[in-house]
Design a protein around this ligand. Structure first.
Ligand SMILES: [Zn+2]
Length: 320
């Protein structure tokens, strides 16, 4: 599916609502209040649109639950709940985000879709929110894990003179944000997090939150912070970059290094800079695109739209 197919599919706002319903409710509407599957559609007065309280026309499709009698739309409980932006715009922006390798800039969406800057920025962050996976739901298990850390942020020497602290030249720990990434070599799933530091305790906590170590192999570099948690794994392989090692017996850090390369190219090239506060959501976006990289752009978009409810994504289901 490409942008032409999508534009053909959602010619009207009503089409976009029906498309959203198809994806979120493949077996018919589900009441978000009581999970009952028996609901009746409330026909708009003129067959197409209804008046809102302010007198504007809207094509939102409203259902009434036969059990709890409450009204709902397909957007209740999703990141789009309460939006005033046309669903057609949402679908197209989601597609752009899913189809672009380096992400899309808010400024670009603002111009292309005639939105105000703040709206475009919030839309992109809401979509990133939907891309988050929940590590508690499914742990990586019986697999080979690549783990590595990197630093995101401008170098001290590139800062404005008045912001520059010469004592930080050549160091990154105090001025950049540490990011930690785990990649499951079998499923290709990536999970990244902003971490306060790269101490053994922090790395252990992040790894054990996401991985069941007993039947898995851990691949890392020589950094001493991994030694402790490595002992909890069935096997710990440490590659030595100084000796030109990147992979030993199929384990190592090269998956993470490719991932970081792409992440940094995107932050430098598309977003120019990302504040530490918003970095977790950019990481969610990168994890999502990386983990679904073998899917088509259309499938990647439909999967995301189907999962925008309270329901979280599980990559085992996608890749398995
Ligand atoms: Zn109900």
């Amino acid at each position: 599916m490409n942008v032409i197919d999508i534009a053909t599919k959602i010619q009207t706002e009503g089409d976009a609502w029906r498309y959203m319903e198809e994806l979120r409710w493949p077996n018919g509407p589900v009441c978000p209040h009581c999970e009952c599957t028996d609901a009746t559609f409330i026909e708009p007065t003129n067959g197409v649109s209804r008046k809102t309280r302010t007198g504007a026309d809207t094509e939102r499709r409203v259902w009434r639950c036969c059990h709890c009698r409450k009204q709902f739309t397909v957007l209740v409980g999703t990141v789009f709940q309460g939006t005033k932006i046309a669903i057609r715009k949402w679908v197209l922006v989601i597609f752009e985000m899913c189809a672009s390798k380096n992400g899309v800039a808010a400024r670009e969406i603002e111009r292309k879709y005639g939105l105000c800057p703040k709206t475009a920025w919030f839309m992109l962050h809401r979509i990133r929110e939907a891309m988050k996976s929940d590590p508690i739901v499914v742990k990586m298990s019986n697999t080979t894990i690549a783990a590595d850390e990197t630093y995101i942020g401008g170098a001290e020497k590139n800062k404005h003179a008045w912001k520059r602290d010469p004592s930080n030249f050549g160091r990154h720990s105090s001025t950049k944000t540490p990011v930690f990434t785990l990649i499951d070599a079998a499923t290709g799933e990536a999970r990244s997090a902003v971490v306060p530091n790269v101490s053994g305790a922090t790395l252990r906590r992040e790894i054990l939150k996401n991985v069941d170590p007993s039947g898995s192999v851990l691949g890392t570099d020589k950094w001493g912070g991994y030694i402790g948690v490595g002992q909890e794994f069935a096997k710990h392989i440490r590659v030595d970059h100084d000796r030109g090692q990147y992979v030993i017996d199929g384990a190592g850090t090269n998956l993470c290094e490719n991932f970081f390369g792409q992440l940094k190219r995107s932050i430098d090239g598309t977003h120019h800079r990302v504040s530490a506060e918003h970095l977790p959501r950019y990481l969610a976006e990168f994890d999502y695109r990386y983990s679904t990289r073998k899917m088509s752009d259309g499938d990647r978009m439909e999967l995301l739209m189907a999962a925008t409810g309270g329901r979280r994504l599980t990559y085992k289901r996608i890749t398995g």
